[in-house]
Design a protein around this ligand. Structure first.
Ligand code: IMP
Ligand code: MG
Length: 179
């Protein structure tokens, strides 16, 4: 499928599942090297990160724990600016090597909020892995340690990412067609 229609919008294929898989392998290799002999605590941000988490951790050969948290900041295509943690962490992160897994870093507000919240638990280390990032709109100062693809400032769906709840199941990433 080269073009998909979701509600009132058309999207065209942008990054194929093969490209995603290859890039995730490179990122996993890097993580496997960086955390040799260490246990890693992966924290995915719901809903968008469920698919990248699932594919990434299958390529990680370390002892690891997987958790998900939920944050909300988007309504349709427009950022509301404010973020709040909806579903917190019940477990102790103190002294653990934490890697946050996100689908996309846009303005960076979500990531900043999540990082600040998690830092309060005093992890041994805290790094960020993200499938996508839009450098043109990024307002944060936190470094994205493991980035699969930097992309231009256009709305994307698929591979976990949604447009008003739709499109998450697409195995490739699609970009909005401006009409
Ligand atoms: P930020 O707080 O502005 O960085 O927004 C991050 C969140 O907004 C991501 O976790 C996504 O859920 C959502 N988001 C940002 N850009 C897109 C996009 O192009 N498509 C789908 N969701 C997006
Ligand atoms: Mg997200």
């Amino acid at each position: 499928m080269e073009i998909v229609q979701l509600l009132d919008k058309k999207f065209q294929k942008y990054i194929s599942s093969e490209e995603i898989d290859n890039r995730l392998q490179e990122i996993a290799n890097q993580i496997n090297e960086d955390y040799v002999n260490k246990d890693v605590y992966f924290i995915g941000i719901l809903n968008g990160a469920f698919m990248v988490m699932s594919d990434l951790i299958k390529k990680v050969n370390l002892n690891c724990t997987i958790k998900f948290i939920r944050v909300s900041s988007y309504d349709g295509m427009k950022s509301k600016g404010a973020v709040k943690l909806l579903l917190g962490l019940d477990e102790e992160l103190k002294g653990k090597h934490v890697v946050i897994v996100e689908d996309i870093v846009d303005t960076g507000l979500t990531m900043q909020y999540v990082c600040e919240s998690l830092q309060q638990h005093e992890p041994a280390s805290l790094k960020i892995a993200s499938l996508l990032m839009k450098p043109e709109v990024y307002k944060g100062s936190i470094k994205i340690d493991y980035l699969c693809f930097p992309i231009p400032n256009k709305f994307v769906v698929g591979y976990g990412l949604d447009y008003d709840g739709l499109g998450r199941n697409l195995k490739d990433i699609y970009q909005l067609v401006e009409e």
